[in-house]
Design a protein around this ligand. Structure first.
Ligand code: PEP
Ligand code: MG
Length: 580
């Protein structure tokens, strides 16, 4: 049994069989082959080797005139490997001995060989590993051409093991079949982590080596609460974790008992607890977790799905569906926030050196107004179906806010001219997630109807720490005094002109942060729906004076270590918040 420690990204316990999804290495299925069908497997193998050989020869022809002798030699060495009788013989022998599909035989033989060579003293031998990998990959690609497995087609329950998962992959996977996720890359506020929490799939990210340590079909336990993964657990450990899983589920059911109760402090301050959603289907979990509405609908996920960019009509249907489902509860829909780690095909031709600081969100929308206008038209039309609020992401200052509101005004005028109905009283707000917006929030507050603080990006930009990079995840600290001071500034500036201050970054759903945010005066917390009951429990058990006293203490502290230690202590002892 191996134990790996990573970043706890979505809570809960999952136990199951590993499914490796490696984009650079195709996913290799493993299944038994009856004796009479082994001949067919062998033929498939020889055909795939022939195709790989032809491919290399063609490549060599094309490169003959343009490449050096050295470069051509490596292609020659690949041809030699494909002709090597010993290599072909080994695969044939193992195929008949193990009676498994040939891609698995090839894949496991390759891995065995690479592991042996990796450990060799001789550097020449060690360097051969990448050649073996290349050649076997080429053959495998031909074998798998018809069988490549997509995450959308998963038909049995698995624990997904992957290096990194694009949000577009996560959104399209068959969520019913993915029981847990373990990833080499990623941080707590990466979009994969956010999606895992939304879909309530226990996940541990930032494990660095899980894809190298796990094999297809390995038994595996994901402990999303503690950020641990147990690989090939013994029977006793698995039994123990089954009990932990049951306890966790019971606790969730107990917390659901709060669903019908308001999030009200002991001294009567009412807080709005709302849900963040990524796909319209998530509306079902809103009532199930007692949310007061939707504080953030990340509309960009409509654009990341397979099938391309949705037109105005398609968007209108999706937004209306969500608004209809929520009745008179408020629904905040954020305009397109693509870029960064959220690629969409229209951005494919753009290669930026620094996409996180690049052509994203409103910057993209203002430059490519055909997308923006279609979305605003769809939103305004859908407003007739419920209680819509429109929110703009990544606003960096007043110029951008003026520009986006001018486009919104033009779209309104256009609809009026066309005689299309929409609500005239839609509140229009902005995300505060860029430090310059936080610092000038007094100016911005006069020009919009609400703020929602996006701590995921605000922390990333304030501390200059990539939110998805596991190597520097230790620096990504919501309790950094620099972050806490900005939060206070934004909330105070909102209140000074009578605006409501909300938060839809992941910090809003962190039970450890609940008391501080309450004490800072936050009016609205928006989070993955499943996080609502625990935050509600804390809010209902405390008074505002206690929360304000906590803030008074932490604002005097000088480091995130000091704040973190103090907060953990109070939240564990006084509120029984589980910290691992
Ligand atoms: C944020 O940045 O905090 C936020 C809510 O937006 P996203 O996570 O989609 O960037
Ligand atoms: Mg953001």
């Amino acid at each position: 049994m191996d134990e790996l420690v990573g970043i706890s990204a979505a809570p809960g316990i999952a136990i199951g069989d590993a499914f490796l999804y490696l984009d650079e290495n195709p996913t290799v299925p493993r299944y038994a082959v009856a004796g009479k069908d082994l001949k067919r497997e062998s033929t498939r193998f020889h055909e795939a080797v022939d195709k790989a050989r032809n491919e290399i020869r063609q490549l060599r022809e094309r490169q003959n005139s343009t490449h050096s002798d050295d470069q051509l030699q490596f292609l020659d060495s690949h041809l030699v490997m494909l002709d090597d009788r010993e290599f072909i013989g080994t695969i044939e022998r193992k195929l008949y001995a193990e009676e498994l599909n040939v891609e698995w035989i090839l894949f496991s033989t390759m891995r065995g060989l690479i592991t042996r060579l990796d450990a060799a003293e001789d550097s020449y031998l060690r360097e051969r590993t990448s050649d073996i990998h290349d050649v076997a990959r080429r053959v495998l690609n031909h074998l798998l051409a018809r069988e490549r497995i997509s995450l959308a087609d998963l038909s049995k329950e698995v624990i997904l093991i992957t290096r990194d998962l694009l949000p577009s992959d996560a959104i399209s996977m068959n969520k019913r079949m993915v029981k847990g996720i373990a990833m080499d890359a990623g941080g707590r506020t990466s979009h994969t982590a956010i999606l895992a929490r939304s879909f309530e799939i226990p996940a541990v990210l930032g494990l660095s080596t899980i894809t190298r340590q796990a094999s297809f079909g390995d038994r595996i336990i994901i402990d999303g609460n503690r950020g641990k993964v147990l690989l090939r657990p013994n029977h006793k450990t698995e039994k123990r974790y089954l009990l932990v899983q049951q306890e966790w589920r019971k606790r969730e059911v107990r917390l659901m008992g709060l669903n019908e109760l308001p999030a009200e402090t002991r001294d009567g301050k009412l807080i709005m607890l709302k849900a963040n959603i990524e796909v319209p289907e998530e509306v079902d979990s809103i009532a199930a977790h007692g949310a007061d509405g939707i504080g953030l609908y990340r509309s960009e996920f409509l654009f990341l799905r397979a099938g391309g960019v949705p037109d105005e009509e398609e968007q209108y249907k999706a937004y209306s569906y969500v608004l209809d489902a929520l009745g008179d509860k408020p629904v905040t829909i954020r305009t397109l926030d693509v870029g960064g780690d959220k690629f969409m095909p229209a951005l494919a031709e753009v290669k930026e050196r620094n996409p996180i600081l690049g052509w994203r969100a409103v910057r993209f929308c203002l430059a490519r107004q055909e997308y923006f206008v279609a979305q605003l038209r769809a939103l305004l039309r859908a407003s007739m179906h419920g209680n819509l609020r429109i929110m703009f992401p990544m606003i960096s200052g007043i110029e951008e806010l003026n520009k986006v509101t001018a486009v919104l005004e033009e779209v309104r005028a256009e609809l009026r001219r066309e005689g299309i109905a929409f609500r005239e009283d839609i509140p229009v707000g902005i995300m505060i997630e860029v430090p310059s917006a936080a610092v000038t929030s007094d100016i911005l507050a006069k020009k919009c109807d609400f703020f929602s603080i996006g701590t995921n990006d605000l922390i990333q930009y304030t501390i200059a720490v990539d939110r998805g990079n596991e190597r520097i995840a230790y620096l990504y600290e919501p309790f950094h005094p620099g972050v806490l001071r900005l939060l206070k500034m934004v909330i105070d500036n909102a209140h000074a002109v009578g605006l409501s201050a909300g938060m839809c970054g992941e910090m809003a759903g962190d039970p450890l942060a609940a008391l501080i945010l309450l004490g800072l005066g936050l009016d609205e917390f928006s989070m993955s729906a499943s996080g609502i009951p625990e935050v509600k429990r804390i809010i209902r058990s405390v008074s505002m004076s206690e929360a304000e006293e906590m803030v008074g203490n932490v604002m005097e502290m000088k480091s995130f270590e000091e704040v973190g230690g103090f907060v953990r202590d109070v939240m564990e002892k006084r509120f029984d918040v589980q910290t691992y």
